[in-house]
Ligand binder design. Structure first.
Ligand SMILES: Nc1nc2c(c(=O)[nH]1)N[C@H]1C(S)=C(S)[C@@H](COP(=O)(O)OP(=O)(O)OC[C@H]3O[C@@H](n4cnc5c(=O)[nH]c(N)nc54)[C@H](O)[C@@H]3O)O[C@H]1N2
Ligand SMILES: Nc1nc2c(c(=O)[nH]1)N[C@H]1C(S)=C(S)[C@@H](COP(=O)(O)OP(=O)(O)OC[C@H]3O[C@@H](n4cnc5c(=O)[nH]c(N)nc54)[C@H](O)[C@@H]3O)O[C@H]1N2
Ligand code: SF4
Ligand SMILES: [Mo]
Length: 904
């Protein structure tokens, strides 16, 4: 075996860590952090370090699949047939209904080269601006904030600023989960310089708060009021930089008269914090030698997202805290290449090289470079609008790549109706298991992490060369190659007489063509090439021709890329979130991320290990809220919003304030029937058009679902998932997950108001291999109760409890321990349903706290009870010694000296 190592990047978050992929050209065996990569210097988080365990081949799309009618199933086809068919449909649709009758919905997880190909295809060849990306759900408020306040969509800071800052404000970001390696860097900096102040602004007390000197648990959506309140105090106390304001900004007068009204009393009331907290925050912002802010979806995903971004940047302009080491407004990008998407102009309103589609000069420049007469003038559709137009029939052919809108877009009812109604849906996907795949007329298998080459830009403007380690499986192809192949076929139909716009055989050719469009612009990367990155490593733009190194910090000279070189104060009043708590919907639902899962879980959801930390969908509520609602952890509720309802189990979390509820964004319809986004709303910010995924009005209704099902089957989890999930559709509550580590199993919990028909249960048993063979069964048809367990070689391999599931956690532990003893046999053959030795109560299942070293929650709690401190726990148990992702939680347990209440 020819073992090799290829340096590439992690395909998850915008930190953009370098990884070393260990492989033999065909299979990937391991990953480690690349010590030479300046984003992570060798570190990886729990997601990055388990990359090689994810992406089960059984879940991958391996060959093109086509269906020729909505009621038909897709069948395997070849690339030629697939792309000829697509080119015909697109050409006919464009001929009949015009270029704006087709649309492209793409992704911040594509590489820059993929983006560029798509953008040229849509604007130059098809002649439509209907090309938008999931960055609309993610970064578009930050784009607006930077552009209107500073003149260009350019995060001015570098990661090293986290280490250099005296005051770091983390707002609307759970960095400990979502940007862990960067958080590690901040933790280390703070431990070296404890006088560094860390402020966290988040309605919830997250693991990120572990590092905070001050946590402001503001009420959801009130950030603008808070920032104006801080500015009010900065002005009052004269904690501002008059020279900077005079020399480099404009618009303070108007803002001053606006924030005059944001008195500490009013702001403390609006935000639900104390005046003292507000004052402390303003003092640190105003008097620290350097002030850095870091933010993410808590600001962007809001109907006031643009206002939140600009109101935060106002604070930096007022204090002159920008363009200096340790200072500046630093937007953390979510996806690995959201930045590349912004650079290549892959939102409907943008064009390559930080240009605007609405600007005639910009259009003319790009058209001339591409050698086409003109670029389209019609305003392109943003994600929410785009799916609306699909639903009402205006868009007749939709091309989706590298995103899963049937999981991640808000108001799923409308999105799924749109996908259903669309005459032709193409999906370019690496995994065939996603919610959106069910709607695809044409599924095109895409190469994924480790299998494709190109470039990405991380949060600090740093471009890395993404290298390929192995060949894609089956017939999967890299995204740029699929797009270019399709474009070449389409141009034969749309402009047969002209020379090709798509003469690309290699990703570097796309890169080289693209970077010319950045020449002379704020993001000038004309001096970079794939080859140069290989020589000198990842580089930060701007990097113009002739440069020898990238640019660490922007605006050091105080000159901004606005018409007059001055940064703009933006005066916009606070506006509340769209859905306020009211009598009908008394709770605000916040959605966000878990530590070990990625979005719709097409990749992370294939590795049982990544379910160890949080195993299933649980709605977190404050203990008082649970009491008020007369609920116990583990109870099922019907969670309702104005758009939909989902039945889900509740859990207790005193990090969530009463009046609020938290549900992770990851659970789509595959894992939790209905999926989280059937609840969320599509209302969006007027400028950025980014939807308010963070705040929806909800209520809890009791459910009466006495008939319950619990099933577990080990082995080929993907196959079991595929056969069993559709059968579960009959139940009101369905939650799936994976369990285990070395051996993994699919786990199903379901419930309904009455017992299903025996055929359905029979079909489920069939899939669980519980019909014949070494199966122990006890059935009580009168009580509609039944239990079945398959025992092979002395080990449990499948379980099904129906009717009552009191023994589910006990059985799950037996499976995990590989035990199938006499006690189990006796219990199985007796009419009782509760586990032996219990008085009807449930045996709790432990969770994994440290994924790298497989250390459980209970083990850590036991260690704490023995008096171990963090170092002691690390030495004795090994937890937190590798990637460090669990350290904030361990510290929190230590701080709380939490009683070891096991988590169900
Ligand atoms: N583990 C993991 N990491 C990821 C991802 C993932 O799926 N999993 N996805 C990546 C992507 S694409 C993104 S965009 C980032 C997202 O990264 P983050 O934005 O950090 O993650 P979220 O959990 O979505 O939201 C952050 C916090 O915003 C808070 N919040 C909600 N409403 C408000 C509000 O009104 N004001 C304030 N100040 N805060 C509020 C929430 O309580 C939450 O803790 O993560 C990236 N990293
Ligand atoms: N309620 C709620 N909803 C949210 C959010 C929230 O906070 N709350 N956050 C929003 C945000 S910030 C984001 S970024 C979105 C993310 O939402 P999505 O974009 O839907 O997230 P993913 O599941 O990462 O989708 C990427 C898809 O690309 C596939 N894929 C992976 N690699 C490749 C490849 O190389 N090529 C191709 N063609 N496909 C590939 C994966 O299998 C996956 O299905 O979700 C948004 N939705
Ligand atoms: S922080 Fe984690 S998920 Fe993000 S790029 Fe680094 S290893 Fe990947
Ligand atoms: Mo995102």
């Amino acid at each position: 075996m020819n073992r090799q190592t290829t340096a590439s990047t992690c395909c998850y978050c915008g930190v953009g860590c370098g990884v070393l992929i260990e492989h033999d050209g065909e299979r990937i065996f391991g990953v480690s952090g690349d010590p030479a990569h300046p984003a992570n210097f060798g570190k990886l988080c729990s997601k990055g370090s388990t990359l090689h365990l994810t992406g089960d081949l059984a879940a991958r799309a391996l060959y093109p699949e086509l269906r020729l009618g909505k009621n038909l199933a897709r069948s395997r086809t070849d690339w030629d047939t697939a792309l000829e068919h697509a080119a015909n449909v697109f050409a006919e649709t464009i001929a009949e209904h015009g270029p704006d009758s087709v649309a492209f919905y793409i992704s911040g997880q594509l590489l820059t080269e993929d983006y560029y190909a798509f953008n040229k295809l849509a604007r130059a060849l098809v002649g439509t601006n209907n090309i938008d990306s999931n960055s609309r759900l993610c970064m578009s408020s930050a784009v607006v904030g930077y552009k209107r306040s500073l003149g260009a969509d350019a995060p001015p800071c570098s990661y090293e600023d986290l280490e250099l800052s005296d005051c770091v404000m983390i707002v609307g970001s759970n960095m400990a989960y979502a940007h862990p390696v960067l958080f590690r860097r901040l933790e280390e900096a703070k431990s070296r310089r404890p006088q560094m102040k860390v402020i966290v602004i988040d309605p919830r007390r997250t693991d990120t708060c572990d590092l905070a000197d001050l946590h402001l648990a503001i009420l959801p959506g009130t950030d603008v009021a808070l920032f104006h309140g801080i500015l009010h105090l900065l002005l009052w106390e004269d904690w501002i930089d008059r020279e900077f304001i005079k020399a480099h900004t404009e618009g303070l007068a108007e803002l001053k008269s606006l924030v005059r009204d944001y008195t500490p009393q009013m702001v403390s009331q609006l935000c639900g914090i104390s005046v003292e907290q507000l004052q402390q925050c303003a003092e640190w912002v105003g008097t620290s030698p350097s002030f850095l802010s870091l933010w993410c979806m808590g600001l962007n995903q809001s109907t006031a997202g643009s206002a939140k971004n600009s109101a935060l940047i106002n604070l930096h302009l007022a204090t002159g805290q920008i363009g200096r080491p340790g200072a500046g407004p630093f937007s953390l990008t979510g996806q690995p290449n959201a930045m590349g998407g912004r650079e290549t102009g892959s939102l409907s309103n943008l064009l390559p090289g930080h240009r605007d589609a609405a600007n005639p000069e910009h259009r003319a420049e790009v058209a001339a470079y591409w050698g086409v007469d003109r670029l389209p003038e019609n305003t392109g559709l943003s994600a929410i609008e785009l799916f609306e137009q699909v639903r009402n029939g205006k868009i007749k052919a939709l091309w989706i790549a590298c995103t899963n809108p049937a999981q991640s877009m808000p108001d799923q009812h409308s999105v799924r109706a749109a996908l259903e109604a669309c005459p032709f849906v193409v999906l370019q996907e690496a995994f065939r298991t996603t919610e959106t795949a069910a709607f695809a007329d044409l599924l095109l298998p895409a190469a994924s992490w480790g299998e494709k080459e190109g470039s990405v830009t991380n949060s600090e403007r740093r471009i890395s060369h993404v290298r390929k380690a192995i060949l894609p499986p089956g017939e999967a192809r890299p995204d740029w190659a699929i797009t270019v192949d399709f474009a070449q076929r389409l141009e034969k139909r749309l402009r047969p007489a002209e020379s090709s716009l798509f003469k690309f055989d290699q990703p570097w050719q796309l890169f080289d063509e693209f970077i010319e469009l950045t020449r002379g612009r704020d993001l000038d990367m004309s001096g970079i090439s794939h080859a140069l990155l290989d020589q000198i490593g990842p580089q930060q733009w701007p990097f113009p021709t002739g440069a020898r190194q990238g640019t660490v910090r922007l605006y050091e000279d105080g000159v901004f890329p606005t018409a007059n070189g001055r940064a703009q104060f933006i005066a916009e009043p606070y506006r509340a979130a769209k859905e306020q708590r009211d009598a009908r919907f008394p709770l605000t639902l916040i959605t966000g991320r878990l530590r070990d899962q990625w979005h719709g879980m097409s990749r992370t959801g294939t590795a049982a290990q990544l379910f160890g930390h949080v195993s299933e969908a649980v709605l977190s509520l404050h203990p008082d809220e649970l009491r008020r609602q007369r609920l116990q952890p583990g109870d099922l509720v019907n969670l309702k919003s104005r758009r939909g309802a989902v039945i889900v189990a509740v859990g207790s979390d005193d990090g969530v304030r009463p009046g609020q509820a938290f549900l992770p964004m990851h659970w789509g319809d595959r894992f939790l029937k209905g999926g989280v986004n059937s609840l969320t709303l599509s209302a969006f910010d007027p400028l950025s058009k980014q939807p308010e995924l963070k705040h929806s009005g909800v209520r809890l209704e009791p459910v009466n679902l006495p008939w319950q099902l619990f099933a577990l089957i080990e082995g080929d989890v993907q196959r079991h998932f595929e056969t069993l999930r559709p059968l579960c559709e009959a139940f009101s509550y369905v939650s799936l997950s994976l369990v285990g580590r070395e051996r993994s199993a699919l786990l199903i919990r379901a419930a309904s108001s009455e017992a299903p028909n025996p055929q359905l249960l029979g079909a489920i048993d069939q899939c669980l291999s519980l019909i014949d063979g070494p199966v122990l069964a006890y059935d009580d048809p009168r009580r509609a109760i039944g239990k079945r367990v398959r025992i092979e070689n002395g080990r449990i391999t499948a379980i099904r409890l129906a009717g009552e599931t009191l023994a589910q956690h006990w059985l799950q532990s037996l499976w995990l321990e590989g035990r199938a003893d006499e006690q189990l046999r006796r219990w199985l053959l007796a009419p009782m349903s509760a586990p032996p030795g219990s008085v009807g109560g449930q045996v709790a299942v432990d969770k994994t706290l440290c994924n790298c070293r497989n250390v459980s929650f209970n083990a850590v709690c036991a260690g704490i009870r023995q008096g171990l401190d963090l170092q002691g726990l690390k030495n004795n148990l090994g937890c937190g010694t590798q990637c460090g992702s669990c350290v904030p939680e361990i510290k929190r347990l230590l701080a709380a000296e939490l009683q070891p209440v096991a988590v169900i």
